[in-house]
Design a protein. Structure first.
Length: 112
């Protein structure tokens, strides 16, 4: 579980993590650096005390509004817009430039 921006994940998907064992809020797993902390989290995950829960539509709308206000105030992260936004991008092109001619098939054998 590596959530660098947990609030953005909640806003995007409409789910929240309930029962997180560390008091500082949901953080990336690499910030939990002691064995007792990891054991507590593992036990909570295995027993179901820590689980994902879907937000009600009203709660989800409230979380979206709070997140938007934080981003607008410059307190939250916002993903950068792509430089080529709005331009058409071609799909993956074939790597071979060889042209296959269907008239060269082995099926057309001259009959004698």
């Amino acid at each position: 579980m590596k959530y660098t921006d947990y609030d953005a994940l909640v806003v995007e998907c409409g789910v929240q993590l309930v029962g997180w064992t560390e008091g500082a809020g949901v953080c990336p797993i690499d910030r939990i650096n002691t064995a007792p902390q990891l054991r507590r989290l593992l036990t909570a995950l295995n027993t179901g005390a820590c689980h994902w829960e879907q937000l009600s539509p009203n709660d989800w709308a409230a979380r979206k509004a709070m997140h938007k206000a934080r981003v607008d105030a410059g307190l939250g992260r916002q993903r950068a817009v792509r430089k080529d936004k709005g331009t058409l991008r071609k799909g993956k092109q074939p790597t071979s430039r060889e042209v296959i001619d269907s008239s060269d098939s082995e099926d057309s054998v001259d009959e004698v």
